[in-house]
Design a protein around this ligand. Structure first.
Ligand SMILES: [Zn+2]
Length: 197
């Protein structure tokens, strides 16, 4: 959501949708969106806010991905991928550090992913349908950029196994879609609160 600074006192102005105008609660200054745009007073959503939104989305995406990975490891009677990676990295208590690492990567990847969608207009998260496709694309990219190199280096047998590689690919698609849709929901929620307060 765009923010507009009052030209008189430079405080943030309130959007009154009924009058289609910005209003300064401090000094009563009134500004139309057109004037605000012309005078360069519009401040588009800060990337930091979006990164935080993406981080929350990524955390929830990582939780869903973790459940899928944990369940399939359980069904196949295999060690969970994250635990294997932590063991290979020589980390202490791999069960704990492996999962912590998984959530950390999910959080960072979500933040970066959503920040990129904000920079590229074509990939902006505006509709649910578009967010779904952008999420799918993001999931593919994260699988290629994060999972493949890590698996290639530390658990190459997982990568050469068609079922494991295919499964992890699908799980990352789910991660991307969940991250994008949760972020869209959070963005819409923050827009609604700004319009009604
Ligand atoms: Zn003012």
């Amino acid at each position: 959501m765009d923010k507009v600074k009052c030209p008189r006192c430079s405080r943030e102005m309130r959007w009154i949708s009924r009058l289609k105008t910005y209003f300064c609660d401090n000094d009563g200054y009134i500004l139309s969106p057109h004037e605000a745009e012309l005078n360069g007073l519009v401040e588009t959503e800060r990337p930091a806010t979006l990164r935080a939104t993406g981080a929350v989305g990524g955390l929830i995406g990582a939780a869903v991905l973790g459940v899928l990975a944990g369940l399939s490891a359980f069904v196949l009677d295999q060690e969970v991928f994250y635990v294997t990676i932590a063991t290979k990295l020589g980390l202490s208590s791999p069960l704990l550090t492996g999962w912590a690492l998984h959530f950390l990567v999910g959080l960072i990847a979500g933040g970066v992913f959503i920040a990129i969608t904000a920079l590229l207009k074509r990939f902006a998260l505006d509709t649910t349908r578009k967010s779904f496709w952008v999420g799918l694309l993001g999931g593919i990219i994260i699988w290629i950029v994060v999972y493949v190199p890590v698996a290639d280096m530390l658990a190459p047998t997982d990568l050469s196994n068609l079922m494991f590689a295919g499964g992890s690919f699908i799980f990352h698609l789910v991660y991307g879609v969940v991250t994008a849709l949760v972020s869209l929901w959070l963005i819409r929620r923050s827009v609604r609160t700004q319009l009604t307060t």
